[in-house]
Design a protein around this ligand. Structure first.
Ligand code: G
Ligand code: G
Ligand code: MN
Ligand code: NA
Length: 245
């Protein structure tokens, strides 16, 4: 992994399209990192991100994704680009400065970049994560709370750390298909809460027409999932949007 990062080899950023729920228009893309190991094949970020954190290359890996995201933002000028950041990255006092430097270097409107953080990041006790979040938001970079509802922070944490969006975790969307109305009620409550606080909502893992219809009806802003589109290479994304770069 160290070699791959150092040589920028076998690592590729995929992009999953995100759509507006009301009319289905393409809205943005989430950058999702892939490691194509020459011998072991495709390795999931769920496996190698923790390793990157452990062996001290998470900063370089994050920079690589950030760079690709900025290039993507230049390439697709109408889209908002989201990247994932681990709590460890947010805990680095230089994180916000690095993001802002990248945005400036590529002359991108900071409001077109969104950083997805997990609830664990909000629980940081030293306050460094909060300082980074505030510094990023003060220049217009958006913050999304990823996997919302699966962590330990709960709704209460939103009182102390301002974010711009919540991403409703796939596990809640999955439950729509079962007969119980429980998950639907939870998602409805999440969307209401988000609206009351002026936050946008994205539902993740949308796989069926029924899920899409319910989310639209509940007033969810954006949709992401295999029903609409899988993560793809930037060349495939180009073909999809019909640009000739
Ligand atoms: O794309 P996929 O579903 O395999 O992603 C699995 C997990 O890896 C998700 O939790 C996603 O947020 C995370 N992930 C994907 N790309 C990145 C990345 O560039 N940085 C970090 N920190 N996490 C990522
Ligand atoms: O934690 P995060 O939300 O960043 O992770 C997103 C992950 O979910 C990525 O690994 C992506 O490939 C995956 N994903 C995106 N859409 C779907 C979907 O509709 N179904 C499933 N099973 N996974 C999805
Ligand atoms: Mn994400
Ligand atoms: Na998620």
């Amino acid at each position: 992994l160290r070699l791959a990062v150092r040589n920028r080899r076998d690592l590729e950023v995929y992009f999953q399209p995100v759509y507006a729920a009301p009319n289905g228009a393409l809205y943005g893309a989430e950058a999702l990192l892939r490691w194509k190991h020459p011998a072991r094949g495709l390795i999931s970020p769920e496996v190698f991100i923790p390793i990157a954190e452990e062996c001290g290359v998470i900063t370089q890996l994050g920079d690589l994704v950030l760079e690709e995201a900025c290039l993507a933002a230049q390439r697709w000028p109408d889209l908002e680009i989201a990247i994932n950041a681990s709590p460890l990255e947010l805990r680095n006092e230089a994180y916000a400065l690095r993001v802002i430097a990248a945005v400036n270097k590529h002359k991108i409107d900071p409001a077109r970049l969104e950083i997805e953080i997990t609830e664990g990041t909000l629980l940081d006790s030293a306050g460094e994560c909060q300082r980074n979040i505030e510094a990023l938001r003060s220049v217009g970079v958006r913050i999304a709370l990823d996997d919302f509802g699966t962590g330990f922070s709960g709704f209460g944490r939103l009182q102390y750390v301002a974010v711009d969006r919540i991403k409703i975790d796939k596990s809640f969307v999955d439950g729509f298909d079962s007969q119980e109305a429980g998950n639907r009620a939870i998602v409805e409550a999440m969307i209401r809460l988000a609206r009351a606080k002026g936050l946008k909502t994205t539902a993740e893992g949308v796989e069926t027409e029924e899920q899409r219809a319910i989310l639209k009806e509940l007033g969810c802003d954006h949709l992401q999932g295999y029903l609409l589109s899988k993560p793809m290479t930037k060349d495939a994304f180009d073909r999809m949007v019909g640009t000739n770069v």
